[in-house]
Design a protein around this ligand. Structure first.
Ligand code: DX5
Ligand code: ZN
Length: 221
C-alpha cells in the first residue's frame, strides 16, 4: 500500500518491539486493528549501535502484508542499499541527513525506484540541515529519541522541530515522529502538526494492540 494521503492521523507501529519470530502475525494484528502503515527500523551497527534486519526480512514479510511498508534506514551509505529495499517491497524509504552528502540525489533515486521518500534528522541535528530537501519528500521524519533502541524517553525539545517544519513544508507533506510516542506525547506532537506517529513499545509492547492504537489516536483528537 502506498503512503496514505495527508489529512488523517496515522499510527505506524514499529516492529522493533514486535516478536521477531512471529512477524507476519504481529503485523496482521496491527493491520486488523486499523493501522495502514508499519514502520521498519533498519539498523546496521555502524550508523547506530544496534543491528536489526535487512532487505531479505522485508521481502519475506511483504508476502504476508499489504500495509504501507515504511522503511527507516538507520544505516551508513544508504545509497548502496535503497534499491534492495525498494525491490524487497518497501513503499516509503527514509534516510538520515547525517548519512549523505547528496540528499537530493538520494531522494531522486528513491523516487526513481518507485517509492515515496523521506528525510530524517537526529535530535542533535539542526532543522536547517533538511530545509532544502524537506519539500522533495512525501513525508519528513522528526526523531524524538537518539536512534538505535526502542523504549527510550521522548525528547520534548526535539519534537518542537515539528512546529517550524510544518510551516516549511507543503500541507500535503506528512510529518512523522519517532521515539517515545505514547498517548501523552502523541497529543503534544499532534498539536505541533505531526500526523504520522511511530509507536513501538506503546503498541507492540501491549497485549491488546487495538486498544493501544485507539488510545494513541484518541489522544490526538
Ligand atoms: C529508534 C527507532 C524507533 C523505535 C521507537 O531508533 O527508530 O522507531 O522503534 O520505539 P519506541 O516507540 O518504543 O520509542
Ligand atoms: Zn524508526
Amino acid at each position: 500500500m502506498r503512503l496514505p494521503k495527508s489529512g488523517t492521523v496515522e499510527i505506524a507501529p514499529s516492529i522493533l518491539s514486535a516478536d521477531f519470530a512471529n512477524l507476519a502475525s504481529e503485523v496482521k494484528e496491527v493491520a486488523d486493528a486499523g493501522a495502514k502503515i508499519v514502520h521498519l527500523d533498519v539498523m546496521d551497527g555502524h550508523f547506530v549501535p544496534n543491528i536489526t534486519f535487512g532487505a531479505p526480512v522485508v521481502a519475506k514479510l511483504r508476502e504476508y502484508s499489504d500495509l504501507c511498508f515504511d522503511a527507516h534506514l538507520m544505516i551508513s551509505e544508504p545509497e548502496k542499499y535503497i534499491a534492495d529495499f525498494a525491490k524487497a517491497g518497501a513503499d516509503h524509504i527514509t534516510v538520515h541527513i547525517e548519512t549523505t552528502d547528496d540528499p537530493i540525489g538520494l531522494i531522486n533515486r528513491i523516487h526513481d525506484l518507485g517509492c515515496t521518500a523521506g528525510i530524517t534528522l537526529n535530535p542533535a541535528t539542526e532543522l536547517s540541515s533538511i530545509e532544502k530537501v524537506a519539500n522533495l519528500c512525501e513525508m519528513v521524519l522528526v526523531m524524538t529519541v537518539v536512534p538505535g533502541f526502542g523504549g527510550q524517553s521522548f525528547m520534548a525539545d526535539a519534537a518542537k522541530k515539528c512546529i517550524k517544519l510544518r510551516s516549511l513544508v507543503d500541507s500535503d507533506t506528512r510529518i512523522e515522529v519517532d521515539g517515545g510516542i505514547d498517548p501523552v506525547t502523541a497529543q503534544v506532537v499532534a498539536s505541533y502538526g505531526a500526523d504520522t506517529l511511530v509507536a513501538g513499545s506503546a503498541v507492540f509492547g501491549k497485549d491488546n494492540r487495538k486498544e493501544a492504537i485507539d488510545a494513541i489516536l484518541e489522544a490526538c483528537k
